[in-house]
Design a protein around this ligand. Structure first.
Ligand code: ADA
Length: 560
């Protein structure tokens, strides 16, 4: 399953999921002579007994049957962990870095018959990798999200960007459509849109061969109802492409959108003018049975558990998530803080020669690919990186500017652990703190958050404040009347004390528990040696989603 709704009525597309041939690669850059295994796609190789801890390169192979008419094929890989090279009949057609965003590759005029598609995936911490590093989560290997094969005409709609507007009591839609021309001739194109009972056209444009062109348009949409947590109304935005004087459309793209305005006036986070308080979880895409390659059923289960506890929000720590998970959040009215990919990078890490470019790619792909999800109400960047020095600040400034230039409709933030040494609150729209009272320190959570409010005054005055992380280790099944650190009892107590403090303070706009589920971490080196069981055990449920004692504690504070 690719999405939770149909994305095309005209363009032919299908998922290439199933069993692919697989072999580990003996030497970097050398495709295997023989494929030794059959692995599921989507999937992580860590789920095969031979590769539980394999870190390196592996090659996946499948065959693609092509019919008559020499179609142009477009392959979209929703996620490959974490460095990918793609070969079509032995010819390299794409490379991509970063496991958590999608990329596409085009092959023009493909002859009828059977063709070979090979994907090399590499999850080693190689020298060109600035974001996938040994860390407090696991960088799984494999084709971890769906692969889509589309047949596209020479002119086709690459993507659509919808921004809702609201004025004088009426909803409107700002639309941008990117049209690509992979044919030999320039052509005039028109796009006809349909949204909530309104039909309208975007401005016409001429697209030169080998180029892409943005077509823009605005329409007021009188039939639209607002999207909200209580009533998450969604609409299909259908765009159809007409080339030259043709009377019928030759390509289409459908997005699913919702009408809501996110703002941060008066120090509050607001949706359609009304104050919202985010109560939710940080969540890693991690499960012992599937690694990071979540099937729909497990995504639904995670959201069911969060909702049962009374949560209304999730933070996609620390990378962009599978878009089917975001589709589910859209449908359920769950608020999302979506975050770019980075965790705990020091200034030395940020000096990696590829860091600027690799972050820019993730930011661009995250916004382009996920901008139409109404559930995403915040973009976040660079969790716990070097925002406490001038050199680090330049990175935060650059990245915020990049995201704002692509999407001005959402507030931006970053989760800081620098306390009174923080230098970047003035750059963000929301001030967010990762503090662990009761776990990494023995402060009282209420006193600490009141103190944090003072730190926010350096650059963050008048901005909403979110407690973006707090929590404690709790080893599933470890119960003991002594309530020592690591017991479920102690974890529940610490979570309870934190939630009691934050839910009682109406100056807070949100709180995200670290974390929803326990997660696998990189095999121990350095400080990761402190992670017993090679996992981060601060989940309110364990890796198998078995509730710990803190589950009931969370319910008491989150349920309305
Ligand atoms: C940090 C970090 C998380 C996790 C957490 C912890 O705040 O953002 O990824 O590592 O601490 O468990 O200590």
């Amino acid at each position: 399953m690719i999405r939770l709704f149909e994305t095309n009525e005209i363009r032919a597309s299908k998922a290439l999921d199933g069993l692919w041939d697989f072999a580990i690669m003996p030497r970097k850059g050398t495709l295997p002579a023989r494929y030794t295994h059959r692995l599921p796609v989507p999937g992580c190789w860590e789920n095969h007994p031979a590769f539980h801890t394999y870190q390196g390169a592996g090659a996946y192979r499948t065959r693609v049957k092509v019919g008559a008419g020499e179609p142009n094929l477009r392959f979209t890989f929703k996620g490959v962990g974490h460095t990918a090279r793609v070969f079509f009949d032995g010819r390299e057609i794409a490379t991509h870095y970063n496991a958590y965003t999608a990329f596409s590759a085009l092959v023009k005029k493909v002859s009828a018959g059977e063709h070979e598609l090979v994907v090399e995936a590499d999850n080693s911490f190689h020298e060109d990798s600035s974001l996938h590093l040994p860390n407090d989560y696991y960088s799984y290997g494999g084709i971890t999200r769906p692969v889509v094969l589309e047949e596209v005409p020479e002119l086709f709609i690459e993507r659509l960007q919808f921004t809702p507007t609201y004025s004088d009591g009426a909803w409107g839609a700002d639309i941008q459509a990117v049209v690509a021309n992979i044919g030999p001739r320039a052509d005039d194109v028109r796009i006809r849109c349909e949204l909530a009972g309104t039909t309208f056209e975007l401005d016409q444009a001429r697209v030169e061969p080998g180029q892409s062109q943005v077509l823009r348009g605005y329409a007021s949409i009188p039939g639209a109802a607002a999207w909200s947590s209580a009533s998450p109304v969604l609409y299909a935005l259908k765009a159809q492409l007409y080339v030259g004087a043709e009377a019928s459309p030759s390509d289409d793209l459908i997005e699913r959108v919702g009408f809501r305005i996110v703002s941060t006036d008066g120090g509050k986070l607001r949706l359609n003018g009304e104050e919202v308080v985010l109560k939710g979880f940080n969540r890693h895409e991690d499960h012992p049975l599937v690694g990071s390659a979540f099937p729909l059923a497990l995504m639904v289960q995670d959201l069911d558990l969060m909702e049962e506890m009374g949560a209304n929000a999730v933070r996609t720590s620390h990378y962009p998530n599978d878009e089917r998970f975001l589709d589910l959040c859209d449908e359920r009215g769950i608020f999302v803080w979506e975050e770019n990919h980075a965790r705990g990078l020091s200034i030395a890490d940020m000096r990696h020669p590829r860091f600027i470019e690799q972050c820019a790619d993730v930011n661009r792909e995250m916004v382009e690919q996920h901008v139409n999800h109404p559930s995403i109400v915040i973009w976040g960047i660079l969790n716990e990186c070097a925002s406490d020095c001038e050199e680090g600040r330049a990175h935060y400034a650059r990245q915020f500017e990049q995201i704002r230039s692509m999407d001005h409709s959402r507030p931006l933030t970053f989760a800081s652990h620098h306390r009174d040494r923080e230098l970047c609150f003035d750059l963000a729209d929301i001030v967010s703190f990762n503090l662990y009272p009761g776990w990494y320190g023995d402060e009282d959570p209420g006193e600490l958050v009141d103190e944090a409010r003072k730190w926010a005054q350096v650059g963050g005055t008048g901005k909403p404040i979110i407690m973006s992380e707090f929590g404690a280790d709790g080893y599933y099944g470890y119960r003991d009347p002594t309530r020592v650190r690591g017991t479920e009892e102690r974890q529940a107590e610490i979570i309870g004390a934190n939630l009691a403090a934050y839910t009682a303070r109406d100056y807070l706009s949100g709180m995200f528990i670290w974390q929803f589920c326990d997660c696998r971490v990189t095999e121990a080196t350095g400080w990761l040696l402190t992670r017993a069981g090679t996992q981060n055990s601060k989940g309110i449920v364990d890796r198998y989603r078995r509730p710990k004692l803190a589950y009931e504690t969370v319910k008491r504070f989150f349920q309305p």
